[in-house]
Design a protein around this ligand. Sequence first.
Ligand SMILES: NC(=O)c1ccc[n+]([C@@H]2O[C@H](COP(=O)([O-])OP(=O)(O)OC[C@H]3O[C@@H](n4cnc5c(N)ncnc54)[C@H](OP(=O)(O)O)[C@@H]3O)[C@@H](O)[C@H]2O)c1
Length: 310
Amino acid sequence: MSLYGWIAPRGPNGFGYASTAEEVSRGIDLSGKTILVTGMTSGIGWETARVLRLRGAHVLGTGRTREKAEEAARAMGALPGPFTAIPCELSDARSIREAIGRIRDLGLRLDAVVANAGIMALPRLEQAYGIELQFFTNHIGHFMLITGLLDQLTERGRVVVVSSEAHRHAPRAGIEFDNLSGERGYSPWRAYGQSKMANILFARALARRFEGTGRTANALHPGVIRTNLGRHMPKVMDWLMALATPIALKSIEEGAATQTYLAVHPEVEGRNGEYYSHCQPIRPRADALDPALAERLWEESERIVERLPK
Ligand SMILES: NC(=O)c1ccc[n+]([C@@H]2O[C@H](COP(=O)([O-])OP(=O)(O)OC[C@H]3O[C@@H](n4cnc5c(N)ncnc54)[C@H](OP(=O)(O)O)[C@@H]3O)[C@@H](O)[C@H]2O)c1
């Protein structure tokens, strides 16, 4: 726990900045539950998958390759919850379709999906299928995976989309629909912000579709945590984060708390279309709540997916 963690206030539910994934899931028996976690080979996704298994859940964990996911699961040691590795490269349409097929073939219903995988601040413009790579990986890949699995969700299934406070750095338009390729101007942080804005808008659009059902979709900011996410940042940034971690940043255990809370805590049941930080609902940037923008993103995402190789 950082120095700030000691003094940070806790919310009405008793959880806050310094809560860990183990703390927010204490006493919750997840045996018999199946939870899909993307990007569990590293960082907070790994810790989320570990703690869900610790509580007995069967975790379907995605990695870019099966070997990577299996290796990550082995590193967790022996845990009560079973693990199934699902290869899924989120910048590759065929890999995503295969992952959807594999998950469907398991014949299991999903109690929750934690859309956690992500990349950040690529220094130069990179693309997948002509779309800027952060937008494709962080949003389109998850849009495709989750919409392809909606009928696998249980009646009370939860979709948890890992966004970031960096969504506040998204372009003024929220989403630049006329520049999804990035070719009309690219900035690493604006592009990351746009992809994280898309994460919230996607959760909101999904939440609208879930209204009147027991299913829910929420988005979250996990905190600032030193993980492999910073691999594209200058080395000096990594040193600064290493210095700042004991003072004010979250540990990986703390960083995994909010998504674990949203995926399994009973008090979240029925909460739909919200945005959380430190296990508390907060207000995102105003346009992240704009239903017209969320619908436009949904329609554009469908058009992009439609054009991808089958
Ligand atoms: N750390 C923070 O301070 C922070 C703050 C706000 C939001 N977040 C969000 O938290 C989430 C998890 O980040 P983290 O900090 O735990 O980062 P991380 O340690 O880099 O983990 C990211 C995970 O996503 C996977 N991934 C990346 N690109 C992928 C692709 N194309 N296909 C499949 N998997 C892919 C990575 O796999 P590989 O290891 O194979 O690349 C890894 O398993 C991200 O969505 C991030 O935006 C983090």
